[in-house]
Write a new protein. Structure first.
Length: 363
């Protein structure tokens, strides 16, 4: 494993990012920027130990250890922020201000700084100081209520929707937008990225549906929630699973035709049971072969190890090997300035001092 990232390439090459180490959504957002070429220095607290070569949320940056209770280290953090284009932190509201590293102080010293703040509840509001996790943030926005079968307890989609979707992606998008705006104004600004705000944004289409029909948000009325026979997963003979999403009538007809079932079954109360029985007749991979090349909107349900070697994802190099580990490739893709995974996980305290010195910071 390399101690420092590969030579940067991508649309954000040359952008300097200072990351205060944290959990989940902030590190993932920072990794997205690194994949696009940003030069990232991660500030780690002294007690943080190396989590091994598989901590992929820390990939593509170098690290420096700082004690935020030490006045000298705080001064070094401020100096680093003065040389950075972007600062990313994921503490509770007010923590950075108490350290003397809040946006008001740092933007006075570096007016071009884009200051990214990642929280669950946001910087303001009655719950801003309350502890919570991904499941709680998506719960209050209406998103979690949609998950699961009618009449059953809602099932959280791990932390993909909240932490990494509603959190990381909105933080990264906000930072890139602020960098673009800075080219016109010459001024930085603060990005208040809250998971509740991102999750509420995901609910946009359903807000319109709710206005049109107040009953539409009941799970039995949601066409994409897994209750409809032609948009759900089915068990196979070998214990594997398949997914079908044949929403349109012509796709639905092809699904039933490939299964050898009558077209008149479409949309009837008996359809789900018929499909359940049919898919149990063969193992998953046999069904995959039978539906190959069809427009029945079919795909096998793969675990991560299987997904990494799927022919389509292999052809697109959706997963790539970096430092001996198969991991997710950079996304999205750029035609003229392609990004790339900039290296493996960082080692706490390694490479950051040298990198900051290359930024002109006296550390």
């Amino acid at each position: 494993m390399r101690d420092s990232p590969r030579p940067a390439k991508g649309p954000l090459a040359g952008v300097r990012v200072l990351e205060f180490a944290g959990l989940g959504p902030a590190p993932y957002a920072t990794g997205l920027l690194s994949d696009m070429g940003a030069d990232v220095v991660r500030l780690e607290r002294p007690h943080i130990q190396a989590s091994g070569s598989l901590d992929l949320l820390s990939r593509g940056r170098v690290s420096m250890t700082v004690d935020l209770k030490d006045p000298g280290d705080l001064a070094r953090c401020r100096a680093a922020a003065c040389a950075a284009d972007v600062l990313i932190e994921g503490f509770r509201p007010g923590v950075m201000e108490r350290l003397g590293l809040g946006p008001d102080e740092l933007l006075k010293e570096n007016p071009r700084l884009v200051y990214g703040r990642m929280t669950g509840w946001g910087q303001t509001g009655p719950l801003a100081q309350t502890a919570a996790h991904d499941i709680n943030y998506i719960a209050i926005t209406g998103a979690l209520a949609m998950m699961g079968r009618p009449g059953e307890v809602p099932m959280p989609p791990n932390n993909l929707l909240g932490d990494f979707g509603a959190g990381s992606l909105f933080l990264a998008m906000g930072i890139v937008a602020a960098l673009y705006e800075r080219e016109r104004s010459g001024q930085g600004q603060v990005i208040d990225a809250a998971i509740v705000d991102g999750a509420a944004s995901f609910m946009t289409v359903y807000c319109g549906m709710l206005k049109r029909d107040p009953t539409i948000m009941r799970r039995e009325n949601l066409p994409l929630g897994g209750d409809k026979a032609n948009y759900r997963c089915y068990a196979c003979a070998d214990g594997g699973y398949v997914s079908v999403g044949a929403m349109e009538p012509h796709f639905h007809a092809e699904l039933l035709q490939r299964l050898g079932l009558p077209g008149a079954l479409a949309g009837t109360p008996e359809e789900a049971a018929a499909l359940e029985t049919k898919f149990l007749e063969r193992p998953r991979d046999e069904w995959t072969a039978l539906f190959a090349g069809s427009d029945a909107c079919f795909a096998p349900v793969l675990d991560l190890a299987e997904a990494q070697v799927h022919p389509h994802l292999s052809a697109r190099q959706t997963y790539v090997e970096v430092d001996g580990v198969l991991q997710s490739a950079q996304a999205p893709r750029f035609s003229r300035t392609p990004g790339a995974v900039q290296g493996g996980p960082c080692k706490p305290g390694v490479g950051g001092v040298q990198r900051l010195r290359s930024w002109g910071v006296d550390v």
